[in-house]
Design a protein. Structure first.
Length: 211
């Protein structure tokens, strides 16, 4: 039985439709299998498990203008270390979904994309994945290039604990070779001594390509 995720933030009572839209997307898409996904299971197995255990926090953040963007950045930074502690029993939540609202969609989409790019390596170093979602996102699924798993009903910034299967994403980093090597080094630091096949082989092959 799925538990309802917690909703926090000073704006939570001001944004019921914002939160409802995101929760519907999580339960109706993210936690469900999809015929175009290219593999069995939920679109995001991590979120499926975390939601069912009540370890997801939804945090609406009012971002109406450029001057508000530091609030989203600060809120994300605050949770990076706390999310990492979740794997050691030090935090109740394993994932936080930040839902900016108050500005037009183009501004909010640009904001989550920018904050994700700014914080992705800072998050990785703490064992946390940070990703952006928005309507019309063109990123493809790993197993089916025609499927778009990052499309959401409104711009969203999500963070979660890194897991060993994230090598599938980190080996495909679209940045420079230095960026890819940096991603792989972080993964190896957290999982290199415990991961099993085929994950270790994926890491080795990606490292050779990035060399």
């Amino acid at each position: 039985m799925s538990r309802t995720p917690a909703v926090t933030g000073p704006e939570k009572t001001e944004s019921p439709q914002v939160v409802a839209d995101v929760l519907d997307w999580i339960s109706g898409f993210i936690m469900q299998p999809h015929p175009d996904l290219g593999r069995k299971g939920a679109v995001c197995p991590f979120m499926d498990r975390a939601m069912k255990h009540g370890r997801v926090l939804v945090n609406p953040v009012r971002i109406g203008a450029e001057s508000d963007v530091p609030r989203l950045r600060a809120a994300t930074r605050e949770w990076l270390g706390r999310i990492r502690n979740a794997s050691h029993g030090g935090e109740e939540y394993e994932s936080v979904v930040f839902v900016p609202f108050g500005g037009d969609e183009d501004f909010l989409r640009e904001t989550v994309t920018r904050v994700q790019a700014e914080l992705r390596f800072e998050a990785l170093e703490q064992g946390v994945m940070v990703g952006e979602f928005y309507p019309g996102h063109e990123a493809s699924a790993i197993h089916n290039g025609e499927f778009r798993p990052l499309r959401s009903p409104r711009p969203i910034l999500g963070i979660r604990s890194m897991v060993e299967t994230d090598i599938y994403f980190l080996r495909l980093d679209t940045g420079s070779e230095l960026d890819r090597r940096r991603c792989l080094a972080v993964w190896h630091r957290f999982f290199g001594t415990t991961a099993a096949e085929p994950l270790l082989s994926l890491y080795t092959e990606a490292l050779e390509v990035a060399a």
